[in-house]
Design a protein around this ligand. Structure first.
Ligand SMILES: C[S@@+](CC[C@H](N)C(=O)[O-])C[C@H]1O[C@@H](n2cnc3c(N)ncnc32)[C@H](O)[C@@H]1O
Ligand SMILES: [Zn+2]
Length: 402
């Protein structure tokens, strides 16, 4: 291996990959080495890549055609190479990175895995790379945008380089903006205000989806969210697209706002734009309402897609435990109501110990409402019950253990 920085071979999924030796770039125990290395590789994103393998296989099973795949911001190439080897029905993968060292290590990795006829590396700006594939006969079936921070700068070119009914995956790591720490940045980047609520990760997904819907509409393209997921430091969205002005209009009909009362935890989805007729006062307690949006109020999981993904999960035995934990949770919540409650927050407010989530869910159900866990938060509950019922359910469960 001829690289001017320390490199090691690791195994991820079913591939061997040369990556920067992260230990060599660490300045201390708590230092975050991936951002210091000359080429990016983050072992913590393995789950994200595992789920990408599953999602692409599920998409291929449904599309029933050989797929042309691209990863315009590929780093060392681990994701694209995994997609080429682990997903059946992939005809070609085009990986690209603006960093020439990344491109060189990706080329090495292609050879290391004997994929010279299936995976092709290039060294260009992602938007330039995508624009070269915007002509109808050159478009991709699947594009995976996995940048530092926000995917918004690449979304327009990705939409133009994607076939009708193709699938687009987006990663966003700018969680502070999307989760309400910097609502103005979210408005600037995503076209909607974020809000610092306990379910801000779901709001983040909906802001990203809303931004995609608005951007796609300009090209007379509609979107359908097949899957989304969130961990502490990133969110991920998988959407299929459909060409046509009517499809775009249908997508825009799913845009709206989430109104939130910080006093009694009441929340309400307000479908439609513009916002001039948004309620100002909480219908439950009279306090001022805050809002997030405009954002996507349509579904953020497709039940059929999630079920098929779970079936595939059983066939992909090599995938990591975290993917095995998340995928069934996502399937469980695929048709759940908008937003969720975090029971620790409620216990804090009422000054009681946090009860087991299971008993809170049982209590809500016994009062005649739907309730289920959510992958967004291990202490979260999704329900169609009003906030007063959720608080009551937490109180009852907490009193039993107090
Ligand atoms: C988060 S890393 C990609 C990680 C990779 N997708 C994976 O799964 O390991 C983002 C990459 O984007 C590349 N990059 C940044 N700006 C770019 C641009 N304008 N065009 C192409 N690549 C870019 C960086 O060099 C970096 O390798
Ligand atoms: Zn209220």
């Amino acid at each position: 291996m001829i690289f001017d920085f320390p490199v090691e071979i690791i195994r991820e999924g079913m591939v061997n990959i040369a990556v920067p030796k992260l230990e060599a770039f660490k300045r201390g125990v708590w230092d975050y080495a991936p951002s210091r290395a000359p080429v990016f590789y983050n072992p913590l994103m393995k789950t994200c890549r595992d789920i990408a393998v599953l999602a692409l296989q599920t998409y291929q099973n449904l599309a029933k055609r050989e797929l042309k795949v691209s990863e315009p911001l590929a780093g060392c190439g681990v994701r694209g190479i995994r997609l080429a080897i682990e997903v059946k029905g992939v005809g070609a993968v085009y990986i690209n990175d603006i960093n020439d060292k990344a491109c060189r290590i990706a080329q090495y990795n292609i050879k290391l895995n004997g994929l010279e006829d299936l995976v092709f590396a290039s060294n260009e700006d992602a938007n330039l790379f995508l624009s070269k594939s915007a002509a109808p006969n050159k478009r991709f079936d699947f594009i995976d945008i996995d940048p530092f921070g926000s995917p918004v700068p690449y979304m327009d070119s990705a939409l133009r380089a994607l076939k009708d009914s193709g699938m687009l995956a987006l990663t966003a790591t700018d969680m502070a903006s999307l989760c309400g720490v910097y609502p103005k940045v979210a408005l600037r980047k995503y076209g909607g205000a974020s809000l610092r609520t306990e379910y801000c990760h779901e709001i983040a997904v909906r802001l990203l989806a809303g931004c995609l819907a608005m951007m796609a509409a300009k090209h007379e393209i509609g979107i359908r969210i097949l899957l989304s997921h969130s961990t502490d430091h990133y969110i991920r969205l998988y959407s299929s697209i459909s060409h046509g002005a009517r499809k775009a209009d249908e997508s825009l009909e799913k845009m709206g706002f989430i109104l939130h009362c910080f006093k009694c935890l009441h929340r309400k989805a307000h479908l439609g734009m513009p916002a001039v007729d948004l309620e100002a006062k909480c219908s439950k307690c009279g306090s001022n309402l805050k809002f997030a949006g405009p954002l996507w109020l349509g579904s953020i999981f497709d039940m059929e897609f999630c079920k098929k993904m779970e079936e595939n999960l059983n066939r992909f035995e090599h995938l990591g435990g975290e993917a095995k934990r998340i995928v069934p949770l996502i399937r469980d919540e695929a048709d759940a109501p908008i937003s969720y409650y975090v029971i620790d927050k409620i216990s804090d407010r009422i000054g009681l110990p946090t009860p087991p989530l299971k008993s809170v869910i049982e209590n809500i159900r016994s009062m005649g409402f739907r309730a289920m866990r959510t992958h967004f938060n291990s202490r979260g509950v999704k329900t169609d019950a009003p906030s007063s019922i959720v608080i009551e359910a937490v109180k009852e469960a907490a009193q039993k253990i107090a």
